[in-house]
Write a protein that binds this ligand. Structure first.
Ligand code: ADP
Ligand code: GLC
Length: 491
């Protein structure tokens, strides 16, 4: 039997993206269709989304969705996957970021913007859309992160219609963002007083949207098995560890995959030279092009240590303050680094200062550039991901697929996806990168020293590259894991 699932999310490629959440939401429908799951994605009608699909027809409208008029637009992506777009101009039609204004401050009405998304999802799942006299409900709702988590709370406390209530799954992509708002918003959420409870939306005397979702969902998932364990602890649970522990077996860790159509070095149009694990020598042309693009010294100048890359949000989570501390060491042991990222202004400044100290060895691009990120994976020797916590992480997976060996801290999805090149793994021939403990100067500096030494053992390095490229990080296994979970909730 085919299952109809509504995926509720605040960003999805190819339409809007600030991070890995969008990659995952964009890939899920394709990952699930081989398993008899027909997934429709519900997205807010931001300007970029309305520009692409605004003229499509509305299939439903609300006079007042949490106090604002809204319409629901039905569309489909080029690959045929169905979309529902929540067109509520007072909530989403504005310049700036998806979650913040141009100055980087959270939109003050974020509680309404994303509670409305959850309310709409519960209405849609319950059969608010009527086609030829028949309500078009969904079998299950899958909500991502705090921005969609209220869908599960509405389904539980204030479902639409009288029929069977659709079960819900809430996926945590990042516990650091919890969507907490003051108590005063509660009365405007359209929830019954019973929802204001320790087991409902109440959290530290306010409204906790992620918390409400985690308490209400029939199942909770996060994006790697290790992170699923880590969030039971104080450090990683960030206040919600007790709730996670209380949900017990309802919490699952399902590893993210990558879209191997978009991320494949053998067919990547962004690369100067395409290659596979049998034609690794072709990477040299990409490395030359990358060094030239960043104004870094080339291998031929006799200073040819590894060219390390970093593609990331510049934040504390990603360990970027520690990276700044080790850059002099990296240059001292013969490394080069090309970094692409944006975020924290202080980290940006520190990076510019390091680049000025080490011309030709450290180069930095501040900004967001999807094409450049592909060229970096195709030309870099290794990708650095020194995160303090990492629910899954996608860039290390792209690195593996491209033979750009990941150098990662041992946490979350990084721990689950990279096999450290320790003597045992090297002897067994299964190493795929470098892992280290301790996101601090000593931990990262030692990992870099080890990486540079390994790089100079050319045969070993190339063997690790081939191992990495042969790994299967497609959605095959995880698509099935989600489908199995959905079916287990339908009983
Ligand atoms: P997170 O979602 O925590 O930022 P992930 O590793 O899961 O981390 O996903 C980040 C995604 O955003 C990846 O697809 C990565 O390639 C992309 N990305 C991050 N920063 C940039 C940037 N400056 N330019 C291009 N792509 C970027
Ligand atoms: C979050 C996490 C990241 C994860 C991504 C997609 O942004 O920080 O680790 O890969 O979501 O699940």
């Amino acid at each position: 039997m085919s299952l109809k699932v509504l995926s509720v999310v605040s960003e999805a490629v190819p339409l809007v993206k600030t991070g890995g959440l969008a990659d995952v939401a964009g890939a899920l429908p394709g990952a699930l269709s081989p398993h008899g799951v027909e997934m429709t994605t519900l997205l807010p009608g931001y300007p970029a989304v309305m520009q692409a699909f605004g003229r499509a027809r509305a299939i439903h409208s609300w006079d007042s969705l949490l106090g604002t008029p809204a319409r629901l637009v039905s569309a489909s992506l080029d690959d045929g996957h169905p979309l529902l777009i929540l067109d509520a101009p007072s909530l989403y039609a504005r310049d700036g970021g998806l979650y913040t204004d141009a100055a980087g401050r959270d939109w003050s009405d974020n509680w309404r913007r994303f509670a409305a998304l959850g309310r709409a999802a519960a209405d849609i799942a319950g059969g608010a859309i009527v086609k030829r006299g028949k309500p078009q409900g969904f079998d299950l709702v899958h909500a991502h992160d705090w921005q969609a988590a209220m869908a599960a709370a509405y389904l539980r406390f204030a479902p639409f219609g009288e029929g069977r209530r659709a079960p819900s799954v809430v996926t945590i992509h990042n516990m650091a963002f919890q969507g907490w708002f003051g108590q005063e918003v509660f009365s405007q959420l359209g929830l019954p007083p019973s929802a204001w409870s320790l087991d409902g939306v109440e959290y530290h005397r306010g409204v906790g949207m992620l918390k409400a979702g985690l308490a209400s969902a029939d199942a909770v998932t996060t994006v790697s098995p290790t992170y699923a364990r880590e969030i039971r602890s104080e450090v990683f649970g960030m206040g919600l560890e007790g709730l996670i522990a209380a949900r017990g077996n309802a919490v699952h860790g399902i590893l993210n995959g990558i879209d191997t159509g978009l991320w494949n070095p053998a067919g990547d149009p962004a690369l100067a030279a395409r290659y596979g694990f049998r034609t690794l020598d072709k990477r040299a042309a990409n490395k030359r092009a990358l060094a030239a693009e960043f104004g870094l010294a080339g291998d031929e100048e006799g200073r040819g240590g590894p060219l390390l890359i970093v593609v990331t949000r510049l934040t504390w989570q990603k360990g970027m303050d520690v990276l700044l501390e080790v850059l002099d060491h990296l240059v001292g042991i013969g490394g080069r680094m090309a970094l692409l990222g944006s975020g924290d202004a202080q980290i940006e400044q520190g990076l510019h200062a390091a680049a000025a100290r080490h011309p030709g060895r450290i180069a930095v691009r501040i900004g967001y550039d999807e094409d450049l990120s592909h060229r970096m994976m195709g030309g870099g020797d290794a990708i650095l991901v020194p995160s303090r916590f990492e629910p899954c992480g996608l860039t290390q997976l792209y690195g593996l697929a491209y033979g750009c060996l990941p150098v990662v801290s041992r946490t979350g999805g990084l721990a689950d996806t990279v096999i450290d090149a320790n003597p045992a793994a090297l002897a067994a021939g299964c190493a795929t990168g470098v892992q280290f403990d301790g996101v601090n100067y000593d931990g990262l500096a030692a990992a870099l020293t080890r990486t540079v030494a390994l790089y100079h053992q050319r045969e070993t390095w190339e063997r690790i590259q081939r191992n990495a490229m042969k790994c299967d990080f497609s959605w095959k296994a995880s698509g099935k894991a989600y489908a199995d979970l959905y079916r287990s909730l339908m009983a």
